[in-house]
Design a binder for this molecule. Structure first.
Ligand SMILES: Cc1ncc(COP(=O)(O)O)c(C=O)c1O
Length: 298
């Protein structure tokens, strides 16, 4: 795989209030966020130059920082404006925006009362997260042995960098076995989500999704639930156990990066890309580009 390293690209990055050359957007190795995981972030997409649910992402970033007890002096208007400016100056139309906030180098140790919060915003052109073949047939998930922690163990509703170490280990293990991503169970053994996307399932025409009580209630998840309601698709937020997975006719995942992505396989069980997945995927693709839902979608 040939990758362009993320620290060696052209463009500008918004860094603590200023747009600076991409390669100069650096932090010191003795940064609290790096050592102790005091770091929160957002991942969002722009379509035709417009950031989808821009303010909702800015609000969530501030909320994640608050959940992590981090000072956060930027209001949503300021973050929105910074994201839009960064996108415009970099000339990105269909892209991905990454805002990240972290505790700095002012203090090193578990206690970090003297640290300042820093904020950076980068963006780049990013087509689909998965290949066209995966889009057509669905991605494969392998159940991880790592579990999503309980709400009294970790700040599970924050989009906190530290929570992703479980995701990275799980995804690597899945990839080693030839799967695209991991299916995460929670601390009770209930089906939770993928490593960077929420999960939906269809049973007898009813759309089901796990209750987001120990993982991120994704903005895409909320958008898709709204679309399902608009279409009159019966919908239920419910407990899904691993043994329920055999009953479902369709599975898909949702996320700002993944968008609406069909799942073709979980462990040994295969699924086809069914009508509800297709309908919601198309409706989502239209919505993010500001196109109205058409009769064909419904
Ligand atoms: C762990 C996890 N769950 C769910 C989601 C989906 O959230 P959203 O739809 O807000 O991007 C993401 C992506 O941000 C994620 O990283």
């Amino acid at each position: 795989m040939s990758l362009i390293p993320f620290d060696d690209r052209d463009g500008v990055i918004w860094f603590d209030g200023k747009l600076i050359p991409w390669r100069d957007a650096k932090i010191h190795v003795l940064t609290h966020g790096l050592h102790y995981g005091s770091c929160v972030f957002e991942g969002e997409r722009s379509y035709d130059g417009q950031i989808f649910r821009c303010t909702d992402h800015s609000v969530r970033l501030a909320k994640s920082a608050a959940l992590m007890d981090m000072e956060f002096p930027w209001g949503p208007e300021k973050i929105d404006a910074a994201k839009k400016e960064t996108l415009r100056v970099n000339n990105i139309v269909d892209g991905y925006i990454r805002a990240v906030a972290w505790r700095g180098s002012e203090q090193m140790g578990v206690s970090a009362q003297a640290t300042k919060t820093h904020l950076a915003i980068a963006c780049w052109t990013w087509p689909s997260y998965f290949s066209p073949e995966k889009r057509e047939n669905g991605i494969s998930l392998r159940t991880s042995h790592w579990r999503k922690p309980s709400p009294d163990t970790a700040p599970v509703h924050a989009k906190a960098a530290g929570l992703y170490m479980i995701g990275t280990m799980s995804k690597h293990a899945a990839e080693k076995d030839g799967f695209d991503d991991a299916l995460m169970l929670d601390y009770r053994g209930q089906v939770a989500e993928a490593t960077g996307a929420n999960l939906f399932a269809v049973e007898n025409g009813v759309l089901k999704t796990p209750i987001p009580d120990c993982f991120l209630n994704g903005l895409t998840r909320q958008t898709v639930i709204g679309l399902a309601k608009d279409f009159g698709i019966p919908f239920e937020e419910t407990v899904i156990m691993p043994e329920d997975l055999g009953k479902f006719s369709e599975i898909f995942v949702t996320g700002s990066a993944a968008e609406v992505m069909a799942v073709g396989r979980i462990d040994q069980k295969t699924y086809t890309v069914g009508p509800i997945t297709r309908k919601l995927r198309l409706a989502y693709e239209n919505l993010v580009r500001g196109k109205p839902l058409t009769a064909g979608d419904a």
